[in-house]
Design a protein around this ligand. Sequence first.
Ligand code: URA
Length: 199
Amino acid sequence: MVDRQKQAKLDAIAQVITDRAVDIELAKTCLNPVPGEGSANAALMLVGEAPGAREDKLGRPFVGASGKFLATMLTSIGLERKDVFITNIVKFRPPKNRDPNPSEIKACLPILYEQVTIIKPKLVVLLGRHATNVFFPGLKISETHGEVLKRSLHQGTQPVFQQMFLPLYHPAAALYNGSMRKILLQDFGKIPQILAIIK
Ligand code: URA
């Protein structure tokens, strides 16, 4: 698929989210839906949990304090936000930043699958325990952060495909914890090599 076709498909999905045409209460209570943004042709996709207050205000993912550190990590490997695709499992802010519940995750997951299916990134970085456990239930992030994992995915009637994932700690965990910051930067530093290996 050429980039323009991919972009048009991503835009169509973003429109569904922006129109709040998802059967989920959060779509009614949020200020602004947050579909995700970045390159339709990204080799790297980053998936967080759900929008926070600032994301909700601006309708953009990772634009608060966690987003600032995410941008720092991207810069550390020579990338910018525009080079990657950034989104969340849940596209609407849960009130008071509570964790999204299983039915909210279930309602939003097909959207994420579609985004992955269109972009076909080499690697999907799962930011934090919640994003990780959506794809790898029960997996302990403390034991598997920074390790590449593979899983088959499929969307509706589309063929099954193999997707590579990299679970990392959530950038928010590093905001007030220097050792966590170091671990995250170290894990993030593995990404260029991982991308170079994946065909
Ligand atoms: N935390 C997330 O998981 N996602 C965002 O977009 C912002 C903070």
